[in-house]
Design a protein around this ligand. Sequence first.
Ligand SMILES: [Fe+2]
Ligand SMILES: [Fe+2]
Length: 379
Amino acid sequence: MNAHTKSDAAHSAFADTAEEAIALQEAQGDLMTSDKATEQAMQNTLLTPRFYTTDFAEMDALDVTPVRKDWDDLIAEMKSDPNKGHFKKTDEWNADWEGMEPKLKAEFIDFLISSCTAEFSGCVLYKEMKRRGSNTDITTLFQLMARDEARHAGFINDALREAGIRVNLGFLTQQKKYTYFRPKFIYYATYLSEKIGYARYITIFRHLEQHPDKQFHPIFGWFREWCNDEFRHGEAFALLIKTEPKLTETSMNKLWIKFFLTAVYSTMWVRDHQRPLFHEALGVDVTWYGQEVFRKTSEGTKQIFPFTLDIDHPRWRPNLDRMEAASRQIAAAKERGGLCGFISRVSGMAKAAIAFVSVFTIPAIQHVVPESTRMEPTY
Ligand SMILES: [Fe+2]
Ligand SMILES: [Fe+2]
């Protein structure tokens, strides 16, 4: 059944739970499937979005009492559901897939599939936490976040469907490999991905506000409200981290935070540089964009992390570029295969590792963490 023939209430944009949103998306998919899109979403490499599982009992035992006031305010805001109905096409939707240059179209589809998988990855993790938990504070939050991510993934799937493509969300849930992360690693990684997601969406949105002629697809017009959802999710994780001071205070955990910051930033850099036409079409210099997103993300993470990465250090950008070159070498070597391919692949991995260590060992910029984590979106 097609989305346009259904009433508004029967669209994932209006769903109150993740389960409902997914079911509505699945119900639309009968006419078209795309094995290739789902196959891409199934990939588990260093650069593709993964699905996570964790020790749900440990997460369920979190006690939000130390941040109760901020917590209740945030949950109330999420319950009020300011974006209900937002993630649905309107009359302003004017996608022109036919008019899109084929190579740009390929990169854009790659971007949408990767974004859809990342959104849905959040959804499955949050939904599972909601299902397994018994702590009402925790299950309420995770249910609300799963709802948002299901709508986001559903909306991207709506956009892809017009190009004859669909990521099979039900299939992914059952068949994609899940990576186990200890809860504290989930907090660091998920907090960062929510904050960086906010920075990415708002940077593109603000750029297109200045250059409306560059908006080559209508989905970018939905990014402002979208990034506010991600902002709230990031706030929630900041509060969760705040409940356990040792998560940001012990030397070992500080090293882990630095590791996750470095890994998340460099992965984004490498991945974005693989889509030159996409960024060119937006009129965005990909290097400027990367640094701008890091700057906004670092500004945000000051709410909870006691340091930020020095992204203006002379070793920073050259080594990110080395990682990017190494990742291209690894991909080409994989393609080539055989002994030569193997040797080239190993050498590419060594180059990437050396560059990573060089970035990781740049001294961080220390600062004092504020008493309250609460922030307002400022960009
Ligand atoms: Fe999202
Ligand atoms: Fe999110």
